[in-house]
Structure formats: C-alpha cells, structure tokens
Design a protein around this ligand. Structure first.
Ligand code: SAM
Length: 224
C-alpha cells in the first residue's frame, strides 16, 4: 500500500472516531505527508495513529491530537500563528495548509519555536522539502517567552505541556478574539488540554480533555 492510500485510511479512521469533522482540516490531513517529517526508522509507522520518537527524547504527537488541536484553533486563511514546540515540523505544516492554502488571496504565516537546535534544523529542512518553507518560519529558542517580534498572533498552539500557570508572554502576545490551545498540568501525568479565548482584557478557559504531552521546558515552563 502506498503512503497516500495509508494516509486516506488514517483520515477515514479519524473521521469515524469524530476527531476530524471540518472539511478544511480533513483536506490538510489528506495533503501533508507525515512520513516526510519522520526519522528513517519511524517512516513505516507514519500512518498509525500513534506518537513516534523523533530524537532528543521528543515525540511527534499522534495524528488524532493534531486533528483535534487544528479543529479547536479554528485556523482560517490569513491567520498569523505561533506554535511552541516545532518537533518534527509536521503540525506546523498542517497549520500552514490551513492559513495559507494554495492560491489563497491573503496567505497567513506560521512562526514555530523549538528549544532543541538539532530538531529545529531538521524540521526546517523537512518543511522546505515539502514546500512549506515560505509559509513557516522556524525559530530556535525558548518558546515560553513567545516571539514578541511578530506579535500579536491570531492563534497560538503549544505542543508541550505547560505548568498550570500558563506562560504570561503567550497570553500577552495573543490578539483580542484570539485563541490559545495549550496542554497544562503536571510535568508527567495529569495534564488537560485547554482552549483559552481572549476577549478584550479577559481570558476564558475551557477544558477539553485529559492528555499526555512531553513537558514544556523553559523560563515560564518546567525546569529541565
Ligand atoms: N508539534 C510537534 C510535531 O508536529 O512534531 C510535536 C511537538 S513535541 C510533542 C514537543 C516539542 O516541544 C519538543 O520537540 C520539545 O523539544 C519542544 N519544547 C519543549 N519546551 C519548549 C520550549 N520552551 N520552547 C520550544 N520548544 C519546546
């Protein structure tokens, strides 16, 4: 079976389990080649709904988590997105498909920050090879500080688990009416996924479900 066929089967199973409902997110998941963001040893498992090791003790999230987070963020053409935790670059590519689809009149942009230089370099290479190099900017650094250079953002996505106190720079760098999607809780177990909406100077928190992510390490995150 070729990769496209396997990807279609994965998308069907995510639809059947209600992780995928929005047509634009379904289109993005059908289009972005997850296998091109993985280390050689993991490629054969690319279209299994499971997190996979990408080196440096880190993982690429399971596809159902990518789908869920993209749907919750309500990513739209033209959005300026900040992602904390580039990892493999795959989720950033999905975001790119949603904010800057081919022939879009108002292409958006994705800024993504990774604390491991090696992963940031590899992700940048994968994003260029798959055609997302112009839409995604990879930054090496501590994402708990956000990226004030390009703030404010329509949407912020955090793909590592924060302590219960959400990093204040991320809340500050969100636009009015913007959405922040973040797992938060303890360093290992007992984390929850939240959607935080900014309305004027107020923040509305909505708990979505229990999750398990690698920890967010940094100034406003957990100590190493
Ligand atoms: N979104 C990624 C993908 O599509 O492959 C998966 C991300 S992985 C679950 C979480 C990533 O967050 C890891 O690569 C980890 O190194 C990174 N990370 C943890 N703390 C960070 C921080 N303060 N700033 C930037 N990246 C961080």
């Amino acid at each position: 079976m070729d990769y496209e066929e396997k990807r279609k089967n994965l998308v069907e199973s995510l639809k059947n389990r209600d992780f995928l409902t929005k047509p634009d997110v379904i289109r993005a998941m059908l289009k972005v080649p997850r296998h091109k963001f993985l280390p050689k040893g993991a490629i054969s498992s690319a279209y299994i709904d499971s997190p996979l090791s990408i080196g440096k003790g880190q993982t690429i999230s399971a596809p159902h988590m990518n789908a869920m987070m993209c749907e919750l963020l309500e990513l739209a053409e033209g959005d300026k997105v900040l992602e904390i935790g580039t990892g493999s670059g795959y989720h950033a590519a999905l975001c790119a498909e949603l904010v800057a689809p081919k022939h879009s009149k108002i292409p958006g942009h994705v800024y993504t920050i990774e604390r491991h230089q090696e992963l940031a370099d590899k992700a940048e290479e994968s994003l260029i090879n798959t055609g997302y190099g112009d839409i995604v900017t990879v930054i090496h650094g501590d994402g708990t500080l956000g990226y004030p250079e390009k703030a404010p953002y329509d949407k912020i996505l955090v793909t590592a688990s924060s302590p219960k106190k959400v990093p204040p720079p991320l809340k500050q760098q969100l636009k009015d009416q913007g959405i922040l999607c973040i797992p938060a809780g303890s360093k290992e177990w007992g984390q929850d996924l939240y959607i935080i909406s900014k309305i004027g100077k107020k923040f509305e928190f909505k708990r979505i479900t229990g999750v398990r992510f690698v920890p967010l390490i940094g100034e406003w995150g957990f100590p190493e």
